[in-house]
Design a protein around this ligand. Structure first.
Ligand code: GTP
Length: 422
């Protein structure tokens, strides 16, 4: 995945975005009152900004358009809080016409009555222009609220919003509500669900993951976008936040070890620890800054000869969380240099990560007994990857076919224009 720089004068991704680009990418809009946390969400999720750094973000003064290049290309538009969308000079058709999802951010630590009024007018206007928009409401900054208060706030916001929409004759409009904070995994989990709605291949991916889980004894499988740590699909068993968190943390562990090991490896080379794999050692690390182009993940994880011994040798701390690690990951690059890692935890659960393509990683949770048949799991994952390739290849082929048809039509029109009067 690569990300745009989002400065106002960005020559590539700012206002100069090519017209055809505007049309071909699903658009995701971040709206809400000033200081509700829109830019922070965008920077934390897509640019790897640390949550505390968002304290220094300046207020957004114009729409920031951020092009996300990943398994699907989409745009995130961050709107300034003070913008009046309903000013007659504002082109609502252009704004809402192409939108895939509208994320409305409400600051739950503040008095939210004004935000609810704005949410209502936004939904009414957007739905009138484009009834296909999905509305996602982030009840944000819940890190400052107690568990009980979170639930009460969500119930109150949900009830008030739906009542008002129903009074306006819009009882059929679907809104999804999420409790979010940039200080924990909740923002990534919420974004995962939002993005999934923009992926046309989602049912196919879920089916493939179901088949993989059923045939390999895997308890839960997530397909992650490595940089953003958004999961784009999972099997159809219910998602519990802890499973998501531990899998998402695994990506961080792998990236951290990859970067430390990569650097250490250069130093250790003279001592004979390393045979190869130095190049590309920081690929995943580079991606983490949110600006790396994520072009080459091969060899992102490196193996010291005999690295698999690490698993049985090293015991790190144990803690009360089910997801705590008490053994160090076994990391390997497989024959074709794709990242692969296994973490065995103290509670008898195994975390299994495999790079699927340059954007995605598959992470599975399974029992240690099941993992004894690793050969079967490896083989099934290989089949899964091939099926995934086919799914995305079909999409590419379809796009190419449509482009060719459009070009042919254009040619014919040109030809008729030249010779049509003869
Ligand atoms: N506690 C807490 N603070 C947050 C969270 N998200 C954002 N903030 C803080 O909220 C403040 C405003 O965030 P911004 O991202 O600038 O808000 P915005 O909606 O983009 O504001 P405008 O650009 O003025 O529309 C910053 O100080 C952030 O650190 C959160 O999840 N929890």
């Amino acid at each position: 995945m690569s990300y745009s720089d989002y400065g106002d004068n960005d020559p590539i991704y700012g206002d100069d975005l090519a017209e055809e680009d505007r049309e071909s990418r699903p658009r995701l809009m971040l709206m809400g009152l000033r200081r509700s946390g829109k830019s922070s969400i965008q920077r934390v999720v897509f640019h790897k900004m640390s949550p505390t750094e968002t304290l220094f973000l300046e207020s957004t003064s114009k729409i920031n358009k951020d092009n996300i290049h990943s398994f699907i290309d989409f745009q995130v538009w961050d709107f300034p809080g003070q913008m009046d969308f309903f000013d007659p000079t504002f082109d609502t058709t252009a704004i809402f016409g192409e939108v895939g999802a509208l994320v409305f951010v409400i600051d739950s630590q503040d008095d939210y009555m004004e935000a609810l009024a704005r949410l209502h007018t936004t939904v009414v206007a957007a739905h009138r222009v484009n009834p296909n928009i999905t509305f996602e409401v982030f009840i944000h900054k819940v890190d400052g609220l107690s568990e009980d208060y979170k639930i009460d706030t969500q119930r109150d916001i949900q009830q008030t919003t739906m009542d008002e929409l129903s009074d306006a004759g819009l009882e059929n409009v679907q809104l999804a509500f999420y409790l979010t904070s940039i200080y924990d995994h909740s923002i990534f989990e919420a974004f995962s669900k939002v993005i999934q709605k923009l992926i046309p291949q989602l049912p196919t991916l879920e089916n493939l993951l179901n088949i993989l889980c059923a045939n390999s004894g895997i308890e839960k499988a997530f397909l992650f976008d490595v940089i953003s740590k958004i999961y784009i699909a999972t099997d159809s068993s219910p998602v519990d936040s802890q499973s998501y968190e531990i899998c998402s943390d695994m990506i961080d562990v792998i990236i951290d070890i990859s970067s430390i090991y990569g650097r250490a490896a250069i130093g250790a080379k003279s001592q004979g620890y390393l045979e190869d794999h130095q190049d590309g050692q920081d690929d995943w690390t580079q991606q983490q800054d949110g600006h790396g182009d994520y072009e080459d993940t091969n060899g992102g994880i490196h193996q010291r000869p005999g690295a698999s011994d690490m698993n049985s040798q090293t015991v790190v701390s144990n803690s009360s969380r089910a997801g705590s690690l008490n053994s160090v990951p076994t990391q390997q690059t497989s024959g074709n240099h794709e990242a692969f890692s296994v973490i065995k935890m103290g509670n008898g659960t195994v975390l299994y990560l495999r790079e699927v393509n340059k954007y995605l990683a598959l992470i599975c949770l399974l029992k240690a007994e099941t993992f004894e048949k690793q050969g079967l799991i490896d083989y099934n994952v290989h089949c899964f990857k091939e099926a995934m390739d086919q799914v995305f290849e079909l999409k590419r082929a379809e796009r190419t076919r449509r482009e060719m048809e459009a070009n042919q039509l254009l040619e014919e029109q040109r030809h008729n224009g030249m010779y049509g009067h003869g």
